[in-house]
Design a protein around this ligand. Structure first.
Ligand code: NAD
Length: 473
């Protein structure tokens, strides 16, 4: 385990970044591009070393999964950012209302200053470096605190960043929750947190003490609705892929699936076939990720046992019934008839367990979702466009993919983020750039301006002008 960065170093790094950010407020395109290109080289030259580190941290986590879910996502973000940055940085002219003309006005896009980034373990490279790339593009200085649960990956990112960046440009501090709490108490210009809703609340409180604005990319229970109009076989493989990527340790994985009453067994069979197609074996299969730690594995096993104890039927896929768990490669499990109020239906699962919830009518399915905290993602499968549009119109979630899972996260022109308990603020593409940019409104007055019409002493002329304006507005 890497020891915590000590408090003196933490504060010294922040002070250096803060000082540098105030000494150089204007961060030109060439410098931003230079920082991004250094980061691109770091990723390109060390992709396989990073994937090996992630593999070592998980025990089993295929380099191909890190390639697609961490590195590819970063490459698309980087390429889109490099192509768009010059345009994003330009001042944006806005139209000026008649009563202020002939003044003109625009938004000047400036760096915020120092951005803190706290990241989780599940996609430890993407979720650390994605916000870092976004913050650098916006001209900020950045301090990163990656997860202590992926120590090899965090240490490798720290040493690579140390070689490529000055500490007052970008630096990494390492440590556990205690260090993270101290980190969140620094008076950043923005704090970008990705992690659980519970820790997100603590981070929001710590940041509020400094009036530091936050972006909170949190978790929650993302529903997946299977409509009666859906091709069950085609949907099942997409749901299985979204659920079992990284063994369910994905913030936007479908947490539970809602199927029309009477189709539970058919869905269960289709899902089991899909799992066998994707993962002919579970234990010993290098493509199927392990649960990150014994503690997380025990939590998931306990959730499953509790659901069974409360009368649910559990269908484990990929291991003979009754066989004991031999590793942290936890086989997928469908749960039918989970009790209302059970942990499985109330807490984010974050593992390969999928409760199947039957519904009688679309209204009932929508009401179930709306009675719970707003989800990070929502999935809908089917061909009935009226039903689809009703779900879209009558539910609120961080994002949606129709007839697939996860894919909205990969679209750079779709802002990615949560709503309510699943977080606030979004990033990716221009949305991320703007999140970490001060859009400073500037009004340039004209020498022909007649603002004096509104000056005191108020009298007849004032009343006439106001009267005209009232009619015009
Ligand atoms: P976590 O909240 O336990 O930890 C995330 C980070 O917070 C870690 O770096 C940790 O050291 C730090 N931390 C711990 N205690 C802290 C404190 N008191 N103050 C400040 N920081 C503290 O989350 P996790 O277990 O690493 O990740 C899983 C969770 O993250 C899931 O809930 C998942 O849904 C969510 N997640 C969300 C997204 C998203 O983009 N919305 C992406 C990935 C994961």
């Amino acid at each position: 385990m890497t020891p915590n960065t000590d408090s003196t170093t933490l504060h010294a790094l922040f002070a250096a970044q803060h000082q540098a950010s105030r000494a150089q407020i204007e961060v030109p395109l060439t410098l931003r591009r230079d920082r991004l290109l250094r980061m691109r080289t770091l990723i390109n030259e060390n992709g396989s070393a990073l994937a090996q580190a992630v593999q070592a941290d998980f025990g089993v986590r295929s380099p191909q999964l890190t390639e697609i879910a961490d590195l590819f996502v970063l490459r698309t973000l980087m390429s889109h950012t490099l192509k768009s940055l010059a345009r994003w940085m330009k001042p944006v002219k806005v139209s000026t209302p008649l009563y202020l003309q002939p003044a003109h006005a625009y938004l000047q896009r400036q760096p915020l200053g120092v951005v803190g980034v706290v990241s989780p373990w599940n996609y430890p490279v993407q979720l650390a470096l994605g916000p870092v790339i976004t913050a650098l593009a916006a001209g900020n200085r950045v301090m990163l605190k990656p997860s202590e649960l992926t120590p090899e990956t965090s240490a490798l990112m720290a040493s690579l960043i140390e070689k490529a960046f000055a500490p007052d440009e970008l630096c990494v501090v390492q440590g556990d929750g205690a260090l993270a709490a101290e980190f969140s108490g620094l008076p950043f210009d923005h704090l970008f947190f990705t992690g659980s809703t519970a820790v997100g609340r603590i981070v929001a409180r710590a940041a509020a003490a400094n009036l530091t604005p936050t972006t909170l990319e949190l978790g929650g229970k993302s529903p997946c609705i299977v409509d009666a109009s859906c091709d069950l076989e085609a949907a099942a493989i997409k749901i299985a892929h979204g659920k079992l990527l990284n063994a369910g340790q994905t913030c936007i994985a479908p947490d539970y699936v809602m199927v029309p009453k009477g189709q539970e067994a058919a869905f269960g069979d289709a899902f089991a076939r899909a799992v066998h197609t994707l993962f002919p074996a579970i234990e010993g299969n290098a493509d199927y990720a392990a649960i990150i730690s014994p503690r997380h594995h025990a939590r998931l096993q306990a959730m499953l046992a509790a659901a069974e104890g409360e009368g649910a039927r559990v269908q484990v896929i990929g291991r003979p019934a009754g066989a004991p768990a031999v590793s942290r490669q936890m086989p997928p499990a469908l749960v039918f008839g989970a009790a209302a109020g059970s942990k499985l239906l109330d807490e984010e699962i974050f593992g390969p367990i999928l409760p199947v919830l039957p519904y009688d009518s679309l209204d009932e399915a929508i009401a179930y979702i709306n009675a719970r905290p707003r989800p990070l993602a929502l999935y809908w499968f089917g061909t009935d466009t009226h039903a689809r549009d009703a779900v879209l119109a009558r539910t609120v979630s961080g994002g949606v993919t129709i007839n697939d899972t996860l894919m909205h996260i990969a679209h750079e022109n779709l802002p990615f983020g949560g709503v309510g308990d699943s977080g606030w603020g979004s990033y990716h593409g221009e949305a991320g750039f703007l999140r970490l940019t001060q859009q400073k409104p500037v009004l340039v007055q004209s020498k022909w301006a007649r603002g004096d019409l509104f000056y005191p002493p108020y009298g007849k002329r004032f009343d006439q002008v106001m009267g005209l304006l009232k009619r015009w507005l």
